[in-house]
Every structure is written in structure tokens, then in C-alpha cells.
Design a protein around this ligand. Structure first.
Ligand SMILES: *Cc1c(COP(=O)(O)O)cnc(C)c1O
Length: 396
């Protein structure tokens, strides 16, 4: 399916009083070569992991981002699990994570027996509040996981300085931030390792998928072993060892080459995907600035030194009630806008780790006021204009 088909799908049908076409929050985009590459993978007869398309994806990510090693995984969640294994994080270790993030940012470490410690977020970027990290560090703290929310970088200089002075590892959960930059440096290349997601909801996708980026070459050999069920199978297939047996922990974290084929088609069009997302984001921003100041809402804040990844466009309404009312208003007009994370420290599992209401006041407060607007590669200009118009006619 080409993106033009998406627009046809949105055309008004014949007949009187056509319903305005529904605008979903997200629609996976197909950018051209996905099916051709999948056919090629099948024709090559290699559809398990680490075939030629996987190697091309690795090379693409390594060259484009300038990372020593990229490894495709079956998801960002699995890449985070690999990070926990690689850093030997487990029982008795504490890992600082932002409260305002996806479950996997904490769960992957909890799965290994480590204790997640929840940090509040900054009121402007909604990223981990670096000024609060120090107070959460104990003699058990081993790592800090940062999430570049909406593709806008965390304050990495300050975070790296804290981590260096206290001997902590920094892991970037870069699910939102692919192609974003911090002071000119690509996100995903700053921590000792980083994780990417290629889930259907992310900028570049293969349905379900991810990657582990290793910025420290010392982790490469072991990462390959963990990803191949605790064996040196990767080295074996390169002819570097003559047999492979069980040498370490591990699981099966490598995706089929069919998924890599799909992903390569998307990566090769990444510039175009990003250009389109940027246009939509800028269109929303320009179209809603006046409304935001009239309504007491605020739009995303992107600091000068951050080049964002155009992953998301959100509005922060003045109150939770206003957020509910705007959601319903848009729904009536056939537009799907959605809220986002529930703070992890308030969740059943967060409480089990000793977190309490009031621990992360900013996350607790913004989560009820945030609303994300439709943003995807195939969205038509008319749909964006209609969404801007619909939001603009709402007054809390
Ligand atoms: C999407 C997302 C994940 C999980 O990605 P999967 O590929 O679905 O496992 C993890 N962290 C963040 C911040 C995400 O947005």
C-alpha cells in the first residue's frame, strides 16, 4: 500500500451528508519496498535471523548513527532485557528510571531481580529530572535509564557527569528518539548502550522489532552470545569458532530476516519519513500557538540545543477535566487523540517496589493533562488542518 492509498481511504464517499472521515491516532505506514524486500528474503531462502537484510540493517544503523555495533532485536523491551543482562544487573541492584515512561523501561530490569527507583520528570520536556537523580542514588545504585520523551533529548551532560562521579552506567531507552540529537550528537550514541523500538507506533517500524546499540565495543562479544541463546552461534556462522555450546545466559532475541527486510525498506526512507513528520509537527505547532495561549494550554518545549526526532505532538491542557473534554470534543469530530503513560511509581508494581503517591509530583500532575494528536507518515495535510481547526474551536 502506498501512502496515497491512505488519502484515498480518507476521501469523502458519494452521497449526501458524508460523515467526516475518521482520523486515527496512528496508522502504520508502508513506504514502498517492504514487499519487494520480503520477497527477496524469501527467494534467498534465509528467513531466520541474521540473514543479509539483518546485516544491512545493522550496517545502516551503525553508519548512520556512528555506533560501533547495532544488533536487531525482537523488540525494544528485549533490547532492554539484554542491557540488564549485559550489565549484570540483578538482585540487590537499584536502577533509576523516569516514572513517566513505558512499562518496559523498568520491567526489563525488574525481571532480572533489580529494583527500579522512580525519578520525577522535568516540567518542560517531561524527561527525567537530572536535578533529582543525585538524591535517589544509594550504595546499591548501578545504572540510570533515560528516555528521550517525544524524541527530545534529556540533559545528557549533567546526567553523564553524575553517572561518572558515582560510577553508574547510563542506558538510553531511545524508543522515541531515533534521529534526534543532543548538542549535535545522535541520540542512542551517548549512553554505554541504547535501545530502539521498531514497533508499529514508532517513526520507523517493522511491526514488532527493536535494536540494541552498543557504544562500548567491550560489550559486543557478550551481547552476541546473549542474543543467541547463550552460545557463540554468531561467531560460529562467521567461521570464527568451530563449534558452539552453552557458555552464558541468553535467550532468542534476534528477529526473522523477513522483519529485517521490512525494516530495511523503512530505514532507507527514513529521511523522507522524518521530513514528513517534521512538516506535520510544525503545522500543528504553528496552527495551535495562539489557541494554546488563549486556552491556558501549552505545546511541547524543545530546548535550543536539542534537535528533536518528531516522534510525537502533544498538548498539555490546564486541567484533567479540560483534557477529558477535549478528547471527547475531538472524538465527536471523528479525530482520535490519546493520553499517554500512567506514572510507573503509582502503578501496582511501582507500589510493590515501595513507591508512594507524591514521590514524583510532576509526573503525577502532567499525566492527567497530556493529550497526543494524530501524527503519522501517511496523514494528509487536510487531516492535520482539520485537527488543528477542531482543537482551536475548543475552549476549556
Ligand atoms: C515503545 C516503547 C518501548 C517498548 O518498545 P517495544 O519495541 O514495543 O518493546 C519501550 N520504551 C519506550 C519509551 C517506548 O516508547
Amino acid at each position: 500500500m502506498k501512502t496515497t492509498d491512505v488519502r484515498q481511504h480518507n476521501d469523502h464517499g458519494p452521497g449526501p451528508n458524508p460523515e467526516p472521515p475518521f482520523i486515527p491516532f496512528n496508522r502504520p505506514s508502508f513506504v514502498g519496498n517492504e514487499l519487494a524486500y520480503i520477497s527477496e528474503a524469501i527467494a534467498q531462502g534465509h528467513v531466520s535471523g541474521d540473514g543479509s537484510f539483518t546485516r544491512r540493517c545493522h550496517r545502516w544503523l551503525e553508519e548512520r548513527l556512528g555506533v560501533p555495533k547495532a544488533l536487531l532485536t525482537t523488540s525494544c523491551t528485549h533490547a532492554l532485557e539484554m542491557a540488564a543482562l549485559l550489565l549484570d544487573l540483578g538482585e540487590g541492584d537499584e536502577v533509576i528510571v523516569p516514572s513517566f515512561t513505558f512499562v518496559s523501561t523498568a520491567n526489563a530490569f525488574a525481571m532480572r531481580g533489580a529494583t527500579p527507583v522512580f525519578c520525577d520528570v522535568r516540567p518542560d520536556t517531561l524527561n527525567i529530572d537530572e536535578s533529582r537523580i543525585e538524591s535517589l542514588i544509594t550504595d546499591k545504585t548501578r545504572a540510570v535509564v533515560v528516555v528521550h520523551y517525544a524524541g527530545v533529548a534529556c540533559e545528557m551532560d549533567a546526567i553523564a557527569a553524575i553517572a561518572a562521579s558515582r560510577g553508574l552506567k547510563v542506558i538510553e531507552d531511545n524508543a522515541h528518539g531515533l534521529f534526534g540529537r543532543y548538542k549535535g550528537i545522535p541520540l542512542g550514541t551517548i549512553g554505554c548502550m541504547a535501545t530502539q523500538s521498531f514497533h508499529e507506533t514508532k517513526n520507523v517500524t517493522c511491526g514488532e522489532g527493536g535494536a540494541l546499540l552498543l557504544n562500548d565495543p567491550r560489550y559486543v562479544d557478550r551481547a552476541e552470545i546473549l542474543r543467541e541463546k547463550g552460545t557463540k552461534r554468531s561467531q560460529f556462522f562467521r567461521g570464527q569458532v568451530d563449534k558452539y555450546t552453552w557458555v552464558d545466559l541468553g535467550s532468542s532475541y534476534l528477529p526473522s530476516d523477513i522483519l529485517a527486510a521490512f525494516l530495511l525498506a523503512q530505514l532507507e526512507r527514513a529521511e523522507e519519513i522524518q521530513r514528513k513528520r517534521r512538516l506535520v509537527w510544525d503545522f500543528y505547532h504553528g496552527g495551535l500557538v495562539d489557541w494554546a495561549s488563549r486556552s491556558g494550554s501549552r505545546l511541547p518545549i524543545v530546548p535550543e540545543h536539542c534537535e528533536q526526532a518528531y516522534h510525537m505532538f502533544y498538548v498539555l491542557l490546564p486541567t484533567a477535566r479540560a483534557r477529558e473534554a477535549l478528547t471527547e470534543h475531538l472524538e465527536r469530530l471523528g479525530i482520535m487523540a490519546v493520553f499517554h503513560y500512567r506514572p510507573l511509581h503509582l502503578a501496582k508494581m511501582g507500589v510493590r517496589y515501595g513507591a508512594r503517591p507524591g514521590d514524583c509530583p510532576v509526573a503525577e500532575e502532567v499525566c492527567d493533562r497530556l493529550l497526543r494528536l494524530p501524527l503519522y507518515y501517511g496523514i494528509g495535510d487536510g487531516d492535520v488542518a482539520r485537527t488543528i481547526q477542531a482543537v482551536s474551536t475548543f475552549m476549556p
